[in-house]
Design a protein around this ligand. Sequence first.
Ligand code: ASP
Length: 372
Amino acid sequence: MPYRTIHINPTLTNQARRSVLVIYTGGTFGMVYDRGAGQLIPFDFERVLDRLPELGRLDFAITLLTLNDIIDSSNMKPAVWVELAQIIQQNYDLYDSFVILHGTDTMSYTASALSFMLVGLSKPVILTGAQLPIGVARSDARENFITALEIAAAVDSVAVDSAAVESTGQPIVPEVCVYFNSSLLRGNRSTKRESVQFNAFVSENYPHLATAGVSIDYNRPFILPYRPDQTLSLRTVLDPNVTILKLFPGITQSVVESIVTSPNLRAIVLETFGAGNAPTDPWFLGTLKAAIDRGVLVFNVSQCQGGRVTQGQYQTSRQLLQIGVISGADITTEAAVTKLMVLLGQESERSETAVKRLQTLLAQPQSGEMSE
Ligand code: ASP
């Protein structure tokens, strides 16, 4: 079924200089209160101008595309990530940038997945959403959406003389980001940390890329460089045969064994304590080693939001290093899971050399998701 789209042209300028494609996927953002039913229901996005008339006052053209299945992001799946990546690729030459309206619950997973799927990206892809529906008076939807659009459309400028600047036409943020509550975060460094307050997202291990106040201040040294020489290509095969094994004191052998021996499992994100530490019980290390010997990748990610895994710092992580667990350094769980899905999707071979190749790629940053 073709997508429903609406076009909003700036009312204040005759000719729009930039164009943004907005992809609406669902989430709290687009809910309104249905008095009759007494509940929140998705609003008709084609009537977005009734809710946000200021969209027409921005000086760039906006096209709004609605996915055919509007979802709560708890129902997000790799197939939808593929659909989003394909929409971006099909429209890549037609628009200067992209904004994705998304539920907050899994926004960091989607942002992380897209950062690994959109290879050679040199245009902004900004995800945003809201904690309160657009139909509620105190909603954060309006500010999040309008500022995300402005960031997506923002271009660099150079001074031509002491009194004038000229646009270079180059996007300021040519990468996948999450914009929320005045902060722009690298998408694959973000995590949802809050379900009630407006400051829903955090990026503990990487500086914010911009802060929006009276002006939008960009943290330029930390933004990926603009690379117009790159051509966009997609990685659209994702392998979901990964799992997260979160450790806790008292975890039993039968629980660990049942997870580690799940049929078809190819990779485990091992959520460890502190700087990457785990129990040293022989049964625990033995179960992990047996999995690694079968070709399962084990990726060590800390349960702490801030800081990094340093395998070998403590005795409780040295043995993980010795049995072949790969350090996730300062990666988030969201980025670790999606990086594995994407990398495994590229490698259908199950040989020892294929596993070695994957181990090498996993340990290296692919799109700014971890620091070396
Ligand atoms: N459950 C919603 C979702 O993620 C929550 C939100 O949008 O904030 O789709």
